[in-house]
Design a protein around this ligand. Structure first.
Ligand code: FUL
Length: 693
């Protein structure tokens, strides 16, 4: 025992005598407030304001405060959902472009104080601050610099108003972790009743240096977001992905909020002067604000997983938006999906196969224990592996000890010393050979690679190029379970059925006789011809775990092989998309109505109904409301309609519509679109189907 103690003391002396110095930071490096923000990784946006009640994305600014009246508003519900989903904070649209304020600002009447909600006594920012506190979440503030309501917008006076509001929000509600300055700014608006267009000089108007100073003075720990920082930058799209090459630094002084050359910043800049990492902002639905018509468009688990890996896995953070609904609640469907994502992420990273494993390196800084290779597998992000100065090409070998199957590789630089790596590859060792499985560029705070399952006994990380000696704090290796999402079944115009799954490596079984598909059914490998009416059912199975997806069922009528668009529209560009079997392509009129869509089925058929899918596009979709359906044997003589009426609630729910009628023989079918469902007046079809007897 005594000897052991002496040994430990000797060892400690040895280690403490080790005077190998840490690598010099590669500038720029993050500030403390940025380091804390990096740790959050994933947090929520809530778009809830006047637009929720007017079904708009950008209000004009003339909306009456009377319209703001949530019936069941509950910020604790938002906080509970976010907490359950592992999100670390909530950023609220305290004021969006239309200028309506969710707190009773002393500087305007255009706020909750003149709304029926809580008889004008409500304060939503306060309610959110309280809920966040109760649930241990951070709170952030979105305050739109553009204000389409305010009479002074565009004049120097508005800056005082904007700053006063900023002061109110940053003084009265406790700690704020992020202040979000939107780049969308300037254009038409109500502006106190003048109803005109106002443009500002985005760079100069807000006197940003002094405006930002207000945030620094009142909330020194808050990070400020804008297209170009100063602390966090926009990723350059609202679709949910960062570039694979993603430097955290940019040449910040060359840009400003609303900067026209924001695309330059997508990858960050290797020669950036300031640390301004990217934030991926994306909504869980197509819109930022709630629209009942998007209830069926909530992002699916595969889509959300792609977003997760393409943001957090690419050296960015993820700001995921919930369009809180008119009740004032996060919609049940949104909650369900975000919880699915949380569960899937947990499962993917449940077991780090590299943890505690022996790691060796081609070079260790000063041969020192402080910078040893297995610092990357010790589960401690404070320790790191580093090489000697000047050694920018180096590799790490992780000995997994036994044959191991995996499909994720995670790697982190210690960003306190700056972002360094320019290029790296990953190899796996199997049957006495090394095989490259990935070749990438930047790492940054976190990089996660996804690939089909591979097996090996060792894994090697090769740093091929870096700004200075690499400093790697963590390597993780995982085997994420396959995602068991029901297969997608599609049939092309000429009858070829293809079945696909989100995750590779699943076995698909299918039937075309209505029977339940299972291990004894036909195995799917390539698209097959289905030239008749049939019910196709498919299931996917993970051979390893025997886990199964739900069954997908699609009722196909006869294929559209012989179909053609006839009548007046037949020459129109892309009109054939209405019968191409692809729900994502659509054709719409420019607003004239009524319009006749005539289809030649190429043969006489006994028809008993039809199905209509409206344009699924987000912007200006063409949607038919009232219709008549005619049949003809020769395309010339049309009888009276076999079906007519409306597609009820189609504006709010633009999903497949199905109408049946008494069986009639015909070769030509005419859908007369009488009125549009949407104000834009457009009449469109994504896909048209028939029901034969
Ligand atoms: C954009 C805004 O114009 C959208 O309405 C939304 O708030 C989004 C987060 O930022 O620039």
């Amino acid at each position: 025992m005594k000897q052991l103690l002496i040994l430990i003391i000797l060892f400690s002396i040895l280690v403490s005598c080790d005077n190998t110095s840490a690598p010099e930071p590669v500038l720029p490096v993050p500030t403390d407030r940025q380091l804390s923000w990096h740790e959050l990784e994933m947090y929520a946006f809530v778009h809830f304001n006047m637009n929720t009640f007017t079904n708009m994305e950008w209000g004009f600014g003339s909306e009456s405060p009377e319209l703001f009246n949530p019936t069941e508003l509950d910020c604790r519900q938002w906080a509970r959902v976010c907490k359950d989903a592992g999100l670390k904070g909530i950023i609220l649209t305290a004021k969006h472009h239309d200028g309506f304020c969710l707190w009773p600002s002393a500087y305007t009447e255009h706020s909750v104080k003149n709304s029926p909600w809580k008889n004008g006594k409500g304060n939503l920012v306060q309610e959110l601050a309280d809920a966040c506190k109760e649930y241990g979440l951070k709170m952030g503030i979105y305050l739109s610099p553009w204000d389409r309501n305010h009479p002074d917008y565009g004049k120097p006076e508005y800056l005082n108003y904007f700053r006063n509001q900023l002061r109110e929000l940053l003084t009265n509600y406790g700690d704020v972790f992020e202040v979000w300055f939107d780049g969308a700014n300037g254009g038409t608006g109500y502006y106190g009743g003048t109803n005109e267009e106002r443009r500002i000089d985005r760079e100069a108007y807000y006197d940003w240096p002094n405006t930002r100073q207000i945030v620094r003075d009142l909330q020194p720990d808050a990070c400020m977001f804008s297209d170009a920082g100063p602390d966090i930058r926009w990723v350059g799209n609202e679709e949910g992905w960062a570039m694979e090459t993603n430097w955290a630094a940019i040449r910040r002084d060359e840009y400003y909020p609303g900067t026209p050359d924001y695309a330059d910043l997508r990858c960050g800049q290797e020669d950036g002067t300031h640390w301004v990492p990217a934030e991926v902002d994306v909504s869980i639905r197509p819109g930022w604000f709630y629209h009942p018509s998007e209830d069926h468009m909530v992002k699916t688990l595969p889509q959300l997983l792609d977003i997760y890996y393409n943001s957090i896995g690419r050296n960015a953070s993820l700001l995921i938006n919930f369009p809180v609904d008119k009740r004032g609640l996060i919609h049940e469907k949104d909650e369900e999906q975000i919880l699915k994502l949380a569960a899937a992420v947990k499962a993917d990273f449940a077991n780090d196969l590299a943890k505690g494993k022996k790691v060796t390196a081609s070079n260790v800084r000063g041969n020192s224990k402080k910078f040893k290779a297995d610092n990357v597998s010790d589960g401690n992000l404070e320790t790191y592996w580093a090489t000697d100065d000047g050694v920018i090409k180096a590799s790490l070998e992780i000995d997994l000890g036994e044959e191991t199957e995996f499909n994720r590789f995670l790697v982190q630089e210690d960003i306190r010393l700056g972002q360094r790596v320019r290029k790296f590859t990953v190899d796996v060792y199997n049957n006495n050979v090394w095989k490259e499985i990935a070749s990438e560029t930047t790492i940054g705070r976190k990089r996660i690679l996804r690939f089909p399952n591979v097996t090996g006994t060792k894994v090697r990380l090769n740093i091929l190029d870096a700004k200075a000696c690499p400093v790697i704090s963590n390597v993780g290796i995982y085997k994420a379970p396959r995602i068991l999402i029901e297969p997608e079944i599609m049939r092309s115009k000429d009858g070829l059925v293809s079945i696909s799954t989100f995750d590779s490596g699943l076995t698909i079984y299918y039937s075309i006789d209505g029977s339940e598909p299972g291990l004894n059914s036909e195995k799917y490998s390539v698209p097959f011809l289905l030239d008749k009416k049939a019910v196709v059912k498919a299931v996917a199975v993970d051979d390893e775990t025997q886990g199964k997806t739900l069954v997908t069922t699609v009722n196909f009528d006869i294929p559209k092989t012989k179909w053609k668009v006839a009548g007046k529209l037949s020459g129109e560009d892309k009109i054939e998309t209405i019968i191409d079997g692809d729900e994502n392509t659509a054709w719409s009129t420019d607003g004239k109505h009524p319009v006749d869509f005539v289809i030649d089925l190429g043969e006489n058929l006994n028809l008993a109904g039809f199905k209509y899918l409206p344009d699924q596009g987000r912007w200006d979709p063409g949607i038919i409301f009232q219709y008549e359906l005619f049949l003809s044997l020769d395309g010339k003589k049309w009888e009276s309609p076999v079906s007519s009426g409306e597609f009820s609630n189609i504006k709010n729910s633009p999903i497949w519509q199905s109408k049946e009628f008494s069986p009639t023989e015909a070769r030509f079918i005419k859908l007369r679109a009488l009125t549009p469902a949407v104000e834009n007046g457009r009449l469109g079809i994504a896909e048209f189907e028939i029901i034969t007897q």
